[in-house]
Design a protein around this ligand. Structure first.
Ligand SMILES: [Fe+2]
Ligand SMILES: [Fe+2]
Length: 215
């Protein structure tokens, strides 16, 4: 299959997986519940942004493709800026972002991604940038919508300082796959990597939701 057609088909498959599956948040819930969901996302988000920095740093020496090498440091810089912005917002809200214990499922997800460093670029970037970042854009869109009235300042922070970068990161994934998935075996491997990643993220989401509801 032509790489462009493959990337389009794979994007559709990922979108189909996620239809109705982001269980972390509920836009129709009461304001108090939505605020609790927003705060839970922010606490975990500070951690996730920092782990994203670590992850890209770990992958960089294992990405030989020149074009990807020139895009990934920009993403690393973005994720570190997101970490600093979210962490500061939590401090401004009177929380201690450094005292937060991440959910073991998120910790395991990042540990696994770091351990995948030696896998081929079309598998790694299929997982994190293509599948993961595309889903996180969807998640941020929902989060912004549910947070707009209960915490407009945080919603604006996500909308103006984080979401546009996450769209860029998802585009890096599309670029990598369009460039590299030029054979049936690579396409098969990239597709399997997306399935694996989607299932792991979904598992983390389910535990995330359960954690919010028991608090
Ligand atoms: Fe980020
Ligand atoms: Fe990102």
């Amino acid at each position: 299959m032509d790489p462009r057609d493959f990337v389009r088909a794979l994007a559709d498959e990922n979108a189909a997986f996620w239809r109705g599956r982001d269980v972390r948040q509920d836009p129709d819930a009461s304001p108090a519940v939505r605020l609790a969901q927003l705060r839970a996302r922010m606490r975990q988000g500070v951690y996730n942004e920092l782990r994203s920095v670590e992850l890209i740093a770990a992958w960089l020496p294992h990405v030989p493709e020149r074009e990807m090498q020139s895009l990934l440091p920009g993403q690393l810089d973005d994720e570190h800026r997101h970490y600093r912005l979210l962490r500061q917002r939590m401090i401004d809200l009177g929380e201690d972002p450094d005292g937060f214990r991440p959910l073991p499922e998120w910790e395991a997800l990042f540990d696994w991604l770091v351990a995948c460093r030696a896998r081929p670029t079309w598998e790694k970037l299929a997982m994190f940038q293509f599948a993961g970042e595309t889903q996180s854009c969807e998640g941020f869109e929902t989060l912004i919508a549910l947070g707009r009235d209960v915490d407009p300042e945080t919603a604006k922070l996500y909308e103006t300082a984080i979401l546009p970068d996450e769209y860029k990161h998802a585009a890096i994934g599309r670029r990598a796959l369009t460039l590299l998935c030029d054979s049936p075996s690579r396409q098969t491997a990239a597709r399997a990597a997306c399935v694996e990643m989607n299932e792991r993220i979904f598992n983390a989401y389910r535990h995330h939701r359960a954690r919010v509801e028991t608090h």
